[in-house]
Ligand binder design. Structure first.
Ligand SMILES: Cc1cc2nc3c(=O)[nH]c(=O)nc-3n(C[C@H](O)[C@H](O)[C@H](O)COP(=O)(O)O)c2cc1C
Length: 215
């Protein structure tokens, strides 16, 4: 057995966090933490792992980009017919994880998931570079394709079909919003004695509680 990974990266330290001094609203804290990660700068601070479960209860996780924190939750965009899209149709539940290594901070978010309003997806799609729009239309995300050449042919077909005209958002592409019931802020500290503050609420109209949990 090789032991080269045994001593990799386990010394952390940061500003102490405590439930007593955290904002009662976890959205305020997550926005603050995200802003400091962006300012640091942590590369791609909005990249997060999103975990889903399929119809048989098998978990899968992948990285996507957080595009908005609105009043209800955390929004990312993807293909609704992708593997994650099928998972979310079977189980509308998701978990998100951010890891901001330079700050020794992790944020975990769990909750139910819903598609964002069509108009919101339309607006975001329209704001994307044309190349990304074409890619989103052309790519049957998560399906087996024969080759890169086959993918390029799908892109060329979309380009031919639409010419220079504005590209409408396809019905199979849009946003999801994770509406959280649990949010954990994790601040690495020395000797594994990390700070963990977990916020929970029973339903979206209930107040958030916050507690310290053991590292
Ligand atoms: C840094 C990074 C950002 C990504 N952002 C997105 C994204 O915002 N939306 C998306 O659909 N896929 C994104 N991907 C690709 C996904 O990780 C994944 O390959 C894709 O969504 C298909 O996942 P699925 O087959 O589980 O549905 C990103 C990948 C990386 C590494």
């Amino acid at each position: 057995m090789t032991k080269e990974l045994w001593h990799l990266g386990d010394q952390y330290a940061g500003q102490t966090i405590d439930p007593a001094t955290c904002d009662p609203d976890p959205f305020v804290e997550v926005r603050r933490w995200l802003a400091s990660a962006v300012a640091h700068p942590v590369p791609q601070a909005n990249a997060m792992t999103v975990a889903t479960i399929d119809e048989r209860g098998r978990p899968a996780a992948r990285v996507v980009l957080l595009k908005e924190i609105d009043a209800e939750g955390f929004v990312f965009y993807t293909n609704y017919d992708s593997r994650k899209g099928h998972d979310l149709a079977a189980h509308p539940l998701a978990a998100l994880v951010f890891w901001w290594e330079p700050l020794h901070r992790q944020v975990r978010i769990e909750g139910t998931i819903e598609k964002v309003e069509a108009q919101m997806s339309d607006e975001y799609f329209a704001s994307r570079p044309r190349g990304s729009q074409i890619g989103a239309i052309a790519s049957p995300q998560s399906q087996v394709i024969e080759s890169r050449t086959a993918l390029e042919a799908m892109v060329a077909k979309v380009e031919r079909t639409h010419g220079d005209a504005a590209l409408p958002r396809p019905s199979y592409w849009g946003g999801y919003r994770v509406v959280p019931d649990t949010i954990e802020l994790w601040q690495g500290q020395q000797s594994r004695l990390h700070d963990r503050v977990v916020y929970r609420r029973a339903g979206i109209h209930d107040a958030w509680t916050r507690e310290r949990i053991a590292p």
